[in-house]
Design a protein around this ligand. Structure first.
Ligand code: IPE
Ligand code: IPE
Ligand code: MG
Length: 233
């Protein structure tokens, strides 16, 4: 636990590089995804220890359906396995599991399992562990706009009016977004919510990301000055 240090309230990670991690070892891509999910277990514990309140991870984007069917079905199976095997452990850490994204296209049994895991851990309040599956920032904004229109709002609508219809309206914007594997882009993650997020990029592939890497990212964040368009405080 870091004392007297600026800690992000909401830490978001774009879990990238599973495929290249596997390729480098001459393994099938799915082995990389398996290693990536295993890494996530450890990260939930570490993040909680740091006193972070919201931890979101980008695990499957609305664009990832464009991958070969075998990889997509393999990923869905890994999500099933991960939820079933890890829910108790995550709960015992005081973490509440939440899913964020569109509900269409996800296999029905996985959807049911996701719903169950959310209900089963709903009473935990130390950490919100948010898995973004079938999430896209543009999809979220469009879904919110459509819900807002359906509610027959009084014009002019405000940012707050729209925000109410986001997938997880109570979750604060990410303070720090980490992306692994050396790619320098958002790939449709937290599009609206990242307006004032700090970024941290590392070349490390997600399955190799560790405590030391997390430490470095958090230390870097602690030294940032956030101005939100204002002046130095
Ligand atoms: C991230 O790893 C996990 C998902 C997008 C599902 P990748 O599968 O994108 O790994 P690379 O980028 O091909 O190495
Ligand atoms: C972003 O990674 C999505 C997730 C990590 C779930 P991708 O590997 O899909 O992103 P691009 O295609 O390199 O932008
Ligand atoms: Mg990738």
């Amino acid at each position: 636990m870091t004392n007297n240090k600026k800690i992000p309230t909401h830490l978001a990670i774009i879990l990238d590089g599973n495929g290249r991690w596997a390729k480098r070892r001459n393994l099938p891509r799915l082995m990389g995804h398996r290693a990536g999910l295993r890494k996530l277990e450890q990260m939930v514990r570490l993040v909680k220890r740091e006193g972070i309140r919201y931890f979101s991870v980008y695990a499957f984007s609305t664009e990832n359906w464009n991958r070969p069917v075998m990889e997509v079905t393999g990923l869905m199976s890994l999500f099933r396995y991960y939820i079933r095997k890890k829910v108790d452990e995550i709960k015992s850490e005081g973490a509440r599991i939440r899913f964020c994204g569109r509900k269409d296209k996800i296999p029905e049994d996985l959807l049911q399992q996701m719903k169950w895991a959310e209900e089963y851990t709903a009473d935990q309040n130390i950490l919100d562990f948010i898995l973004c599956i079938n999430y896209g920032g543009r999809a979220e904004i469009i879904d919110a706009v459509n819900s807002l229109i359906a509610s027959n709002p009084q014009a002019p609508v405000t940012e707050q009016d729209l925000r109410k219809y986001f997938y997880l309206p109570d979750v604060p914007d990410p303070d720090l977004i980490i992306r692994t594997s050396g790619e320098l882009r958002l790939s449709n993650f937290w599009l609206w919510e990242s307006a004032y997020s700090e970024y941290y990029f590392t070349d490390t592939y997600w399955p190799d990301f560790d405590e030391n890497e997390l430490r470095k990212a958090l230390d870097d964040y602690a030294g940032r000055e956030r101005r939100y368009g204002g002046l130095k405080s």
